[in-house]
Design a binder for this molecule. Structure first.
Ligand SMILES: Nc1ncnc2c1ncn2[C@@H]1O[C@H](COP(=O)(O)OP(=O)(O)OP(=O)(O)O)[C@@H](O)[C@H]1O
Length: 293
């Protein structure tokens, strides 16, 4: 009853939109390891975006970092805590370039389809989430078609396009992120001392200049339409072991410290001198647990 009454006086219930910022924050801080920047930025940006009843532009977050560091995990947490039916909500839209945009020579057609598609979905539900995975495999020039949707411009479509959330995910930028993490570690500093300001501009430059980033010479970058670049730091052995422990617990084998130790020791770490960071983050954890359990 409360839900029904609430929905009649608030527009937040539109299309299954039932955000729980507290749950999102809790999930981010409890279940994402070693990513203080991503935790802070995502929690803060989403909270302030949703508090604003009439934002003048959508929320646009671009996730960057090596494989297996938690980019997809965090994007799923967003969907899970924003919609009543979580990631299976029809208003969470995911794009995978290799699946949806496989042929680089069809960019013109894809541009038209993507524009109409995003517009159609926003007409149906202004509070839609669009997740673009594997941006590094997105054909160049395609994503720019979204420029009018991302900015504060006054081009008015039939619908409110400023309440949407866009998430771009890519490994481009991992070199600058990993280099900074490495230098910080070599200098004996805590990884929590790495600040967002140290990486924002470097990531923007990298994806703008890299012809396989999906954002190569993109007007979206030129016009500063990404709200925040979100760096995911490389994970060290203690983070990998937390991933192992958590997955073991989910399988009812919480006490198997021997497996935690074995999986942690079986990962490949870089650089050779120092062995600081797992080359695959937590990605290979389930397969290795199966092997050692
Ligand atoms: N920082 C982390 N904290 C907790 N679990 C993590 C973290 N990073 C990765 N994992 C776990 O490892 C697996 C792979 O992570 P995820 O898919 O989020 O990586 P990714 O960064 O999106 O990698 P890719 O770029 O290859 O898609 C998931 O099961 C996820 O739960």
């Amino acid at each position: 009853v409360f839900q029904t009454v609430y929905c009649t006086i608030s527009d937040s219930c539109a299309c299954d939109f039932r955000p729980s910022i507290r749950d999102l924050e809790w999930d981010l801080y409890k279940n994402v390891y070693g990513q203080h920047l991503a935790q802070e930025i995502v929690a803060e940006e989403v909270a302030s975006f949703l508090q604003n009843k009439s934002p003048d532009r959508p929320l646009v977050l671009s996730f960057h970092g090596s494989s297996g560091t938690g980019k997809t995990l965090v994007s799923s947490m967003l969907g899970n805590h924003l919609y009543g039916s979580a990631m299976s909500s029809p208003y969470v839209h995911q794009f995978v370039p290799t699946l949806h945009f496989p042929s680089p020579h069809m960019v013109k057609q894809y541009r038209e389809e993507l524009k109409n598609w995003v517009q159609g979905n926003l007409t149906e539900c202004a509070r839609s989430v669009f997740i673009f995975d594997e941006m590094e495999k997105m054909p160049s020039g395609l994503i720019d078609v979204l420029e009018p949707f991302l900015g504060p411009s006054h081009i008015v479509f039939r619908t409110n396009y400023r309440k949407a959330i866009y998430i771009f995910i890519s490994t481009t930028g991992e070199e600058v992120i990993n280099k900074l993490a490495m230098e910080s570690r070599q200098a004996g500093r805590d990884r929590e001392e790495i600040r967002l300001a140290d990486l924002q501009e470097a990531i923007a430059q990298t994806i703008y200049n890299n012809n396989t980033s999906g954002f190569f010479q993109s007007s979206i970058i030129q016009k500063d339409l990404i709200t925040r670049f979100v760096p995911f730091l490389p994970l060290s052995r203690r983070h990998v072991e937390r991933c192992v422990r958590s997955q073991l617990c989910q399988r009812g084998s919480c006490g198997r410290s021997d497996v935690v130790e074995a999986v942690g020791g079986d990962m490949v770490y870089t650089p050779v001198q120092g062995q600081y960071f797992s080359t695959t983050g937590c990605k290979a954890v389930p397969a290795k647990i199966n092997f050692f359990l």
